[in-house]
Design a protein around this ligand. Structure first.
Ligand code: NAP
Ligand code: HSE
Length: 437
């Protein structure tokens, strides 16, 4: 039987991991497949950079077009990143009749609708398991394992760097910039780490999860996105005191008005399983109308876990190649012509409980004024902590957890509170969610 020839775009963290797996575990993989695989060519940016993997017998090039135009390459594996050159390369590969495997969530989330249509036209497969939650086979679980269900919601810790940072920040004296630097050294972070810290990477992944869960088109530009850079050591300490963990969650939910797609820090009660996912580990919960709540857990970034998903995709693609297109798994799990263009509701329409932290003048009657503002907006305070403020002796730190209210009502209450002379600085707000528990 013919040897399947792979062309790699990129030999960094994930590319290096992919080469290592295809060298170290080749016999096992070929036993599963009944076919032999070989990496023929790899494109890198800098041919002189020392490589930690053995590239003996593999052609290296700094001309990535040579990979996608190579007559012998059957599958192009894109592990470069970015949405400019990477998109052009994949379009060329597809037009050349080559199947594609990619770990590039930005590319799938932002241009997946057109790339999947192009792939269908040219009768090739695009596989992207590594694009979401690293080594967790969550695309497979949702697209295939949950296919009998109408999925109601998905919630996940889907950025390994962010979860690593939030975990390390629990340690006394931890420094945000230093922790991020370690995450970069471990190969977890994106080329531009603000994608991790500000939630853009998680929004890319949530876009993909929502499409697979609900059978809707990819709509990255509709995802409400908030990062973790404003979370302070005080917030982490108060969360601990109140029995919560702060997690950077991606949440996709069906509502009566449309779909809610959002990424933001969320306080989750410690008693909920996903609150106990730490370090680079990711977890995705999906609620199906028949199966109920499910959760998938594993390492969300790094060479070995991500390359594990890449190689599993290569195996899947080789198996799919011999099937007629109509019998292949659709890219988003629903037939492309059955995807809905459903409305996405704005963040002001969601309902949530809230953690609020602010500095207020430590004078008689101030607390009564604060609680009156909430009363006037029909918001009740379920927990309240008042502490002397360490940095300003005139102020007290107020921390509150409210009942579940509409975000638009909370916005009005916060505007009234912020306008009070007795409130100093910005009010910190973190949404609180017990995820159905
Ligand atoms: P990386 O370590 O920065 O590697 C990128 C590779 O692409 C490098 O080998 C680089 O070449 C090559 N490259 C970049 N621009 C090129 C160009 N114009 N021509 C030829 N080669 C070029 O990145 P990574 O962490 O492996 O991530 C790759 C992709 O996987 C990204 O889409 C990322 O979002 C995704 N991903 C990463 C992880 C993770 O944990 N790191 C997990 C899941 C998904 P040089 O080596 O010569 O610089
Ligand atoms: N930068 C990403 C993360 C890589 O930290 O989750 C995995 O997609």
């Amino acid at each position: 039987m013919k040897t399947v020839k792979i062309g790699l775009l990129g030999l960094g963290t994930v590319g290096g991991g992919t080469v290592t797996i295809l060298q170290n575990t080749l016999t096992e993989i070929q036993r599963r497949l009944g076919q032999s695989i070989e990496i023929s060519i790899i494109a890198v940016r800098d041919l002189n950079r020392p490589r930690s993997v053995d590239t003996n017998g593999i052609q290296l090039t700094d001309q990535p077009m040579d990979v996608v135009n190579h007559p012998d390459v059957d599958i192009v594996v894109e592990l470069m990143g970015g949405t400019g050159l990477a998109k052009t390369l994949l379009e060329t590969a597809i037009q050349n009749g080559k199947h594609v495997v990619t770990a590039n969530k930005a590319l799938i989330a932002e241009f997946g609708n057109e790339l999947f249509t192009l792939a269908q036209k040219h009768n090739v497969v695009i596989a992207y398991e590594a694009a979401v939650a690293g080594g967790i086979p969550v695309i497979k679980a949702l697209r295939e394992g949950m296919a009998a269900n109408r999925i109601e919601w998905v919630a996940g810790i889907i950025n390994g760097t962010g979860n690593y940072i939030l975990t390390e920040m629990k340690k006394p004296g931890a420094d945000f910039a230093q922790v991020l630097k370690v995450a970069q050294e471990l190969g977890y972070a994106e080329a531009d780490p603000t994608f991790d810290v500000e939630g853009i990477d998680a929004a890319h992944k949530l876009t993909i999860l929502a499409s697979i869960a609900f059978g809707i088109e990819l709509q990255f530009n509709k995802v409400y996105t908030e990062g973790i850079s404003k979370i302070s050591a005080d917030d982490i300490r108060f969360a601990e005191k109140l029995g919560y963990e702060i997690k950077h969650l991606g949440l996709a939910r069906r509502t009566e008005e449309g779909f809610s797609l959002r990424v933001h820090p969320t306080m989750v009660p410690k008693s909920v399983l996903i609150a106990n996912v730490f370090g680079v580990m990711n977890a995705v919960m999906a609620y199906g109308n028949h199966v109920g709540p499910t959760m998938y857990y594993g390492p969300g970034a790094g060479a070995g876990p991500t390359a594990s998903a890449v190689v599993a995709d290569i195996i899947d693609v080789i198996r799919a190649v011999n099937q007629p297109q109509a019998e292949r798994l659709p890219a988003l799990g629903f037939q492309l012509d059955q995807l809905q263009q459903a409305p996405v509701v704005g963040i002001e329409a969601i309902e949530s409980a809230y953690y609020l932290r602010c500095f207020a003048k430590d004078h008689a009657g101030v607390l009564a004024k604060v609680t009156k503002v909430f009363g006037d907006h029909h918001i009740s305070i379920e927990h309240l902590i008042q502490e002397p403020c360490a940095s300003n002796r005139e102020d007290a730190t107020l921390v509150m957890i409210t009942n579940v209210v509409k975000e638009s009502d909370m916005n009005r209450a916060l505007a009234a509170l912020q306008a009070m002379d007795e409130i100093d600085g910005d009010i910190m707000r973190i949404r609180v969610d017990s995820l159905g528990a």
